[in-house]
Design a binder for this molecule. Structure first.
Ligand code: PLP
Length: 338
């Protein structure tokens, strides 16, 4: 940030050459580090939530299909339903492995919306299952919310047409910047629909992005910082290995506990980047208070699981030493309660 201030990043004009250099540099690093295909387009938005809205406005004529098992997927479905005429939602169980063979309702949907990592309940749709969705629904657009996994795990971008994320999760940056990544098929659909009623209509964003710009004044500082962070990151395969190993450790850690149980019992659908732990409501309140006193902020549960769970972010920016401190704290509490 100090370097950004020195370089004048905080006051540059977003139509200037200085900005387009930062913007194009960040995008090319993002593509390189995450293995995003060259023919996909990266857009800067304000948040992941805004990306849901852009998809609803610019990529759906009438019918969308949403498959969800938690709060974020449901919210996406709900917001889309306020914009498009026939948003259809199908919920599935927390422990269910979502298989494309089971979805017969997709026939006339123009787009299938999936949440790769459901942050509210710590489940994931594995990259292998996303690949089978791509295979089965090759003629439809597939949109994937990867807000809490992009930058943390290896994703095959070719398996979907639209990817969305924001940078305050696995990229470890302050909130205030969203990423929308579109395949050529998604851009083609946007052109066909030709929706341009909004400042963030996709065809408008696409037009501006041809010269590395945005339709509004973007968060220039965060675009700059994202570029700096990306430069220092190892390849995504290496980050993935670290995250998967840490997740495995967390799952075995709680697997041994009597009073703290994992929310998700099916190993195949457990998230790698968010761990949700279930416990007695009153004990969890005490646990969170105690943690706070020791300088540890335990993540609250979310949505319908808010009271009976707490969540641990297994994001790349978290240090090994911080994991050691948290494990020590939890171990002490577990012993005390036994
Ligand atoms: C955090 C999150 C969002 C919302 O992100 P914003 O940047 O707050 O809009 C959407 N989807 C998922 C899966 C999330 O984890």
């Amino acid at each position: 940030m100090q370097q950004a201030i020195r370089e004048g990043v905080l006051s540059i004009n977003h139509r200037s050459k200085e900005f387009t250099k930062i913007s194009s540099g960040t995008i090319s690093l993002l593509k390189k580090k995450l293995n995003i295909p060259g023919d996909y387009t990266v857009f800067f938005t304000s948040s992941a939530t805004e990306c849901w809205e852009i998809i609803a406005q610019s990529l759906i004529r009438k019918k969308s299909l949403h498959l969800y098992n938690g709060s974020f997927g449901e919210k996406w479905f709900d917001y889309t339903g306020r914009i498009v005429q026939e948003a259809r939602g199908i919920s599935f169980d927390l422990n269910e492995e979502l298989l494309p063979e089971r979805i017969s309702a997709a026939e006339d949907a123009e787009i299938i919306c999936l949440v790769q990592n459901e942050t509210s309940n710590a489940t994931q749709i594995s990259p292998a299952i996303l690949a089978s969705f791509r295979k089965r629904f090759s003629d439809k657009l597939i949109a994937v919310d990867a807000t809490s996994s992009m930058g943390g795990i290896k994703l095959n971008f070719r398996d979907a047409d639209v990817w969305l994320a924001s940078i305050q999760k696995c990229f470890g940056l302050p909130a205030g910047l969203g990423l929308l990544i579109c395949s050529p098929a998604a851009i083609k659909r946007a052109r066909e629909l030709n929706e341009n009623d909004h400042y963030n209509s996709l065809i408008f964003l696409d037009e501006k992005m041809k010269v590395w710009q945005t339709s509004h004044t973007p968060n220039v500082l965060l675009i700059y910082l994202l570029g700096k962070i990306l430069k220092e990151l190892p390849a995504i395969a290496e980050i993935h290995r670290t995250i998967a190993a840490r997740a495995k450790d967390w799952y075995s850690f709680f697997g041994k506990s009597e009073n703290m149980k994992l929310l998700v019992s099916n190993k195949n659908v457990r998230s790698l980047t968010v761990i949700a732990v279930r416990g007695n409501e009153e004990e969890l309140i005490k646990l969170k208070e105690r943690a706070k006193k020791e300088g540890i902020l335990l993540g609250n549960g979310y949505g319908k699981w808010s009271r009976e769970t707490f969540r641990i972010a297994n994001f790349p920016a978290i240090r090994e030493s911080e994991i050691v401190i948290l494990k020590k704290f939890l171990k002490q509490r577990m012993q005390r309660d036994n």
